[in-house]
Design a protein around this ligand. Structure first.
Ligand code: PEP
Length: 249
């Protein structure tokens, strides 16, 4: 039985003081929450937020990391530095990394393997552009991104991977995939995992939905058989909107 996993991606928002205030609110308001939670603050607030959520039911996530362990990589942040800050999970392959910063599947796969090698959990984001959906290629794009993102990942390590299906046209746009459309892609991705890792691994892997998740649509999305949680952007920036999603009924 998969438990729901609700994650908040704070992107490039919030000073340390603002991040601390939100982390305090969430820790207090989610302490009786029934699901698995995660917040991913910007790098500069990781230590501050980590100290506040330590010992709670909220995991500490980073939004990205370098593909190399260390060395001459100006401006990058390494897996060792994330671990040093207490980071437990890293989000990789987010559509903003893929499309704004031109990260390809080969680079994302290198990061996935490095994170897993160092004991982190991974949220691997996949999802199609609007033009790709309209051309009937949504399943194909998600399959390629899943297979290539997990290239070289063992059956044992895939247990520490969550997939986030985030149709790019739904991210930050207010447009949400219908629960039926999202569930169909989630089921398809689960089939991809079954072919690669077996039915048991496919039944266990959690597949989050991301793309304009709000308090108003969370419950309908989560009611679908293959939707195991949410990766939330805009609505994760305030407790008023994140808590109702995290406690959806
Ligand atoms: C995201 O960035 O992962 C995301 C899903 O954003 P939003 O919820 O704002 O669409």
């Amino acid at each position: 039985m998969r438990n729901y996993y609700i994650a908040g991606n704070w992107k490039m928002h919030k000073t340390r003081a603002e991040a601390a205030a939100l982390a305090q609110d969430l820790t207090a308001q989610l302490k009786d929450g029934k699901h698995q939670y995660l917040v991913a603050p910007t790098f500069t607030a990781l230590e501050t937020v980590g100290a506040i959520i330590k010992g709670s039911n909220i995991l500490l996530g980073a939004q990205n990391m370098a593909s190399e362990e260390q060395g001459a990589h100006t401006g990058e942040v390494s897996v060792l530095q994330l671990k040093d800050l207490g980071v437990q999970v890293v989000i990789l392959g987010h559509s903003e990394r893929r499309h704004t910063y031109k990260e390809d599947d080969v680079l994302i796969n290198k990061k996935v393997r490095l994170a897993l090698k160092h004991g982190l959990e991974v949220i691997l984001c996949v999802g199609e552009l609007l033009a790709e959906r309209e051309a009937g290629k949504a399943e194909n794009i998600c399959e390629t991104q899943t297979i290539q993102g997990l290239q070289g990942v063992t059956a044992e390590d895939v247990a520490r991977v969550t997939i986030a299906y985030e149709p790019v046209w739904a991210i930050g746009t207010g447009k949400t995939a219908t629960p039926e459309d999202a569930d169909a892609i989630h089921a398809y991705i689960r089939g991809v995992i079954a072919r690669r890792y077996g039915v048991e691994a496919a039944q266990k892997i959690r597949i989050q939905y991301g793309g304009s998740v709000k308090p108003e649509n969370a419950a309908q999305l989560m009611a679908k058989e293959n939707i195991d949680g949410a990766l939330v952007g805009g609505a994760a920036l305030k407790a008023d909107t994140f808590v109702p999603i995290a406690k959806f009924q």
